[in-house]
Design a binder for this molecule. Structure first.
Ligand code: WT7
Length: 654
């Protein structure tokens, strides 16, 4: 995404209205959507209260819609009681018991179909197994699993008994796992012997063991699902196989009735400090927006087969795999493997075989598959697809057009959905039967979401195409509740300006002449690599923890497929390698970062210098480093640099 692409984005004016065919069956017509907007404008709280009464089965109905007395700690539906697992499973049994809930496909092509009746009983059995292992309401449980049906079963089982789960992505290292366990003070880890990805085994149990060896005193038990069958060590008194834990457990488990504001889960994400934040989500408000967005943005209908390719380790895999689709009685596809194994046709082959109608993935996956050529998708019958979606990063118009023509055959609307771990659900996104889309724009705020672009003082920017801060001006049900154990950090990270009145998303954005939103990038030190958020500070502290490294600075470098790649400038304690390059050391440091955080955080390139470019006050000049990483000429004023003579070193010239 060079300057050229930014230019072409700026001048993008191709318009894509929904087809008559799509409109004919769409849940929301233009009139209905207009009514929703009007209702929300008229009375924000009444609008959400109405949605909450319609969409959720409450055990005890709420009488208060929103408690703002302790803002920005907003509490939605505070006196209502419900259970998320009940709303996802029990209430489907009347009409949908024999409907497929999950179509699971393993890396090797093994397929298992699970009906709602069966899923309900498997979740109840596992929930009872958790109770038998001494887990109860409010306890934290870490889920460190491959992308298999049991990951969703584990999440639903926690939700059923009111335990707070925190899913850790299977690609994270022992050290990252340990940090999350310790921050949550979890009592249990649910893991597997391993998972299959691209024909290889991902170790999960042995990584869990390493994490537990270096700390994690709060952990009492580990439940291990047997997935690969390869040899793993089991520690008596601590570890129990899943298949043993569920022996003789009943298939009935009365749901724990939770307050709407009780935490449903914690999910860690990177910010601008070295330490990831545990984003805390609620039970009632979170579920509500998971459901409303399934209807408004995904137009979910009874006959749909819905496939969101995200792992449950990310928010997308929570809202649009584990919760939203099940709460709307949908059939979902869950896939253990990778898009390129056994070949680059895997996604399309699966869309054909499972008759997928709605497909939701990340721009990085689309860009990677474009490289493989059109013949591959053209070999498959993609005619069942009716709606496509993207998430995680801006999609470049070229990739959008390919998705639209080669995958969607020009008949599927594309929903480009902007949201965040913190927002819980889609915020800016098209409504597919109504919104006229433009390639690269996430279009408009959904009903009940008051998004705006403001300047430093909080004044709304109304000039077309002028960039500013993206903010949300009114609370919404699925909003972050706090940062686990750190209320101050929550306030400082998300409500620092504008008298604490607006939620600061951390993105810059603009609106075009038609009022459509375009995300321009992060305003903080956060990278977006393949749609995943990485904090520069986090990678820097991982590097500096290596005994050879004195100082490090991380910047993002534009990358064709990943969007951004990780570029590191490193100052060693010892001598600088000749020419600023040392392949062997670079390998060592890459492995080091992989062990400290996880493979996704490994720097793609490392350049060694005697010093980092700093202002006289000691601040690292990241903008300059970004220019250098791109290999561009330095045009900015460098005279404020403390040590101008290191520039050629940073540029790799000497
Ligand atoms: C950040 C949130 C939301 C689930 C996946 C990522 C970027 C997300 C889009 C989009 C442009 C996007 C933003 C945002 N982002 N979706 N459609 N267009 N940018 O969740 O890890 O919490 O990251 O991802 O920068 O702030 P996350």
């Amino acid at each position: 995404m060079s300057e050229n692409n930014i230019q072409s984005v700026l001048h993008e004016n191709r318009l894509f209205p929904p087809s008559e065919e799509f409109k004919a069956t769409a849940t929301l017509s233009a009139d209905k959507l207009a009514e929703l907007y009007a209702h929300a404008d008229r009375d924000h709280e009444d609008f959400w209260a109405t949605q909450a009464r319609t969409e959720i089965d409450w055990q005890t109905p709420f009488t208060t819609t929103l408690d703002s007395s302790n803002a920005p700690f907003y509490r939605w539906f505070p006196d209502g009681k419900l259970n998320v697992s009940y709303n996802c499973l029990d209430r489907q049994l009347e009409k949908n018991a024999d409907k497929k809930a999950i179509i699971f496909e393993g890396d090797a092509g093994d397929v298992e179909e699970i009906t709602y009746r069966e899923l309900h009983s498997r979740v109840c059995i596992f929930a009872n197994a958790l109770k038998a292992q001494n887990i109860s309401k409010g306890d934290r449980v870490i889920i460190y699993m491959p992308m298999i049906a049991e990951a969703v079963i584990a999440m639903q089982a926690c939700a059923r008994i009111g335990a707070i789960h925190s899913v850790v992505f299977g690609g994270f290292s022992a050290s990252s796992l340990k940090d999350r366990i310790e921050d949550t003070q979890a009592k249990m880890v649910i893991t597997a012997d391993g998972g299959h990805r691209g024909g290889r085994i991902i170790e999960l149990k042995s990584t869990t063991d390493s994490a537990l060896e270096i700390g994690c005193n709060s952990i009492e038990n580990v439940i291990v699902f047997k997935r690969t069958g390869h040899d793993v060590a089991m520690k008596p008194d601590r570890d129990v196989w899943w298949h043993n834990a569920i022996l003789n457990q009943s298939a009935e488990c009365e749901p724990e009735w939770m307050n709407a504001t009780d935490p449903l889960f914690l999910l860690y994400t990177s910010g601008s400090t070295g330490k990831p934040k545990g984003i805390q989500h609620s039970t009632g408000g979170y579920l509500l927006n998971a459901i409303t967005t399934m209807r408004w943005v995904f137009d979910i209908q009874d006959s749909d087969v819905f496939w969101c390719t995200a792992d449950v380790g990310w928010i997308t895999g929570h809202t649009y795999v584990a919760y939203g689709p099940l709460a709307t009685g949908a059939t979902i596809v869950i896939f253990e493997g990778v898009p390129t194994y056994p070949d680059a046709g895997r996604f399309w082959d699966m869309c054909q075989r499972h008759a997928v109608t709605i497909f939701y993935t990340a721009p990085t996956a689309i860009r990677a598959l474009i490289k493989q050529g059109d013949e591959i998708p053209n070999n498959y019958d993609l005619s069942k697809l009716r709606l496509l979606g993207t998430v995680g990063e801006p999609i470049n118009p070229e990739a959008w057009m390919w998705y639209h023509t080669v995958i969607g055959k020009e008949k599927c609307p594309i929903v480009d959905t902007w949201w965040q771990t913190e927002t819980g659900a889609h915020m800016l996104a098209p409504v597919p039967g109504v919104t006229v889309t433009k390639p690269g724009s996430c279009t408009k705020a959904l009903p009940g979401i008051d998004a705006a672009i403001v300047d430093q003082e909080g004044n709304e920017i109304t000039t077309a195409n002028e960039g500013g801060y993206l903010v949300i001006r009114k609370p919404w049900p699925s909003m972050i509740q706090t940062v686990w154990g750190d209320d101050n950090r929550y306030k400082e990270a998300y409500w620092p300006y504008f008298d604490g009145k607006y939620y600061l998303a951390g993105d810059s954005a603009r609106r075009d002449e038609d009022g459509l939103f375009w995300i321009m990038g992060r305003i903080d030190d956060v990278l977006n690599v393949s749609g995943h958020r990485l904090g520069t500070m986090e990678i820097e502290s991982a590097l500096v923890s290596n005994p050879l490294v004195a100082e490090a600075a991380i910047v993002g470098k534009p990358h064709d497929i990943k969007g951004e790649s990780v570029f590191a400038f490193v100052v060693l304690k010892g001598d600088r390698p000749k020419g600023g390059i040392d392949d062997e050391l670079t390998q060592t440091l890459r492995t080091w970062v992989g062990n400290e955080i996880g493979a996704i955080a490994k720097p793609d390139e490392i350049r060694y210098a005697d010093n980092l470019p700093k202002t006289r006050s000691g601040k690292i000049m990241r903008r300059l480093l970004r220019t250098i990483a791109k290999g561009e000429e330095i045009t900015s004023d460098t005279s404020t640099l403390e040590n101008e003579s290191i520039l050629p070193q940073l540029q790799g010239k000497v």
